[in-house]
Design a protein around this ligand. Structure first.
Ligand code: GDP
Ligand code: MG
Length: 438
């Protein structure tokens, strides 16, 4: 793939104390081929290589970097810039409801991803979204939206096979009446870009004046995704792109070309079929990923996402006062469980020995045990685990149907969690990343 090809190009530069013009030229040739093969638009590649070459030739190599590392740095920065530099938020209306028209070709992932995004906005931003079933072209579309809405606990507005524009307008009225501050219009697609579709979408746009027209494109289709983006943008003047199926073996071309070709930012990415597999698009992280620099930052963000912010603030307050209780601990366990591997997370935190968490099974059974143990404690004990001497531990083990070793293990985990929480709460993502990089 792209990552492999690029790293091969860089590998050849490694170990060279000084780069000749021929070295740079050769590297650029390989990078150029790698990008073209990844389906990045020809003109985008040409401009990109020109910029990198210019900077590479003129660059004062930083003292701390080898010339080869310097080129990687430049390529990384230019890739990031190519994808828009910074992440871009959803346009929210100052007069709710915010209306998001979700458009795209069939199978791009409109229905699933507008639901994912609604779920994301609900969880992250405390929004009260409404999903509106405006795809009356495909008979099963309404039901599909209802199913995903149900799974996420998000209401779905539908009017059967009525006129999509009427449905959109009614959905917005409905949202106003019911206090929904964010409306996603799931519209119909077609197999290919066609006039009829664009006309319908233009009519809807004129009728509802959306705050955001989010184009959903499938990353797997490479150059075709870029062409679709161009066509939709010309017809509708879209405000942003959601790139889906980045979890597959997408060649990366779409992510790299869309901003350059349309001028519109990729705002979100879909990274799997599950309804929580949506992420804010970060050009710098995408670039690191393409260059094979790992996606540690994404993991951190995921951790922070799953970490209920308000609870975190409360906890931080408690941590400061050294007042974390076992009840908090239980809540924490449930939270961490949502993040995937506890060991992965622990491994990222300086000063925490990931190995110590090896036995820390976070499956349902273990949580059930933990809950039983904590519930068998008196409120005083939960507040102050230091009270737990061996006779109290015996009582608790008996009361919870566990062994004293289980109680001890839990206390050990509690200690560990105290450490992790303190560090997660007190550390910014950047600082954490730097520590990890060392
Ligand atoms: P629509 O026709 O544009 O509404 O597309 P759908 O929402 O029905 O999605 C089409 C297919 O793509 C479904 O099977 C989805 O589960 C799948 N899909 C959507 N987003 C992603 C993603 O980010 N990753 C993967 N692997 N599959 C996705
Ligand atoms: Mg659909």
């Amino acid at each position: 793939g792209l990552t492999e090809k690029l790293s091969n190009a860089f590998k050849k530069l490694r170990g060279k104390g000084r780069l000749s013009e021929a070295d740079v030229k050769e590297a650029m040739r390989e990078i150029r081929l790698a990008l073209l093969e990844a389906d990045v638009s020809f003109k985008v590649v040409k401009d990109f290589i020109a910029r990198v070459t210019e900077r590479a030739v003129g660059a004062d190599v930083l003292e701390s970097l080898t010339p080869a590392q310097m080129i990687v740095k430049i390529v990384n920065e230019e890739l990031t810039a190519l994808m828009g530099g910074d992440s871009v938020k959803l346009n929210l209306s100052s007069r709710p409801p915010t209306v998001v028209m979700v458009v795209g070709l069939n199978g791009a992932g409109k229905t699933t991803n507008c639901a994912k995004l609604a779920g994301f906005m609900k969880k992250q931003n405390g929004k009260r979204p409404l999903l509106a079933a405006c795809d009356t072209f495909r008979p099963a579309a309404i039901h599909q939206l209802e199913v995903v809405g149900e799974q996420l606990g998000i209401p779905v507005f539908q009017m059967g096979q009525s006129d999509p524009v009427d449905i959109a307008k009614s959905a917005i009225e409905h949202a106003k009446k019911h206090g929904n501050d964010l409306v996603f219009l799931d519209t119909a697609g077609r197999l290919h870009v066609d006039e009829e579709l664009m006309e319908q979408l233009k009519v809807m746009k004129a009728a509802v004046d959306p705050d955001e027209i989010l184009l959903v494109v499938d990353a797997m289709i490479g150059q075709d995704a870029v062409n679709a983006a161009k066509a939709f943008d010309e017809a509708l003047d879209i405000t942003g792109v959601m790139l889906t199926k980045l979890d597959g073996d997408a060649r990366g071309g779409a992510a790299l070309s869309i901003k350059a070709v349309t001028g519109k930012p990729i705002k979100f990415v879909g990274v799997g079929e599950k309804l929580d597999q949506v992420e804010v698009f970060h050009p710098d992280r995408m670039s690191s990923r393409i260059l094979g620099m790992g996606d540690v930052l994404s993991l951190i963000e995921k951790a922070q996402q799953n970490f209920d912010l308000k609870k975190a603030a409360e906890l931080q307050e408690k941590m400061k006062k050294n007042r974390l209780t076992l009840t908090d601990f239980y809540d924490q366990l449930v939270q961490f469980k949502g993040m995937g591997s506890m060991q992965d997370l622990a491994g990222m935190l300086p000063g925490v020995d990931a190995k110590a968490l090896e036995g820390a099974d976070l499956d349902k059974n273990a949580l059930g045990k933990t809950e039983a143990i904590i519930l068998s404690m008196t409120p005083e004990e939960r507040e102050n685990p230091a009270l737990l001497n061996s006779s109290r531990k015996k009582r608790i083990a008996a009361g919870s149907g566990t062994q004293v070793v289980d109680v001890n293990r839990l206390l050990k985990q509690f200690e560990m969690m105290q450490q992790m929480t303190r560090q997660m709460a007190g550390m910014s993502g950047g600082k954490m990343a730097r520590k990890m990089a060392r």
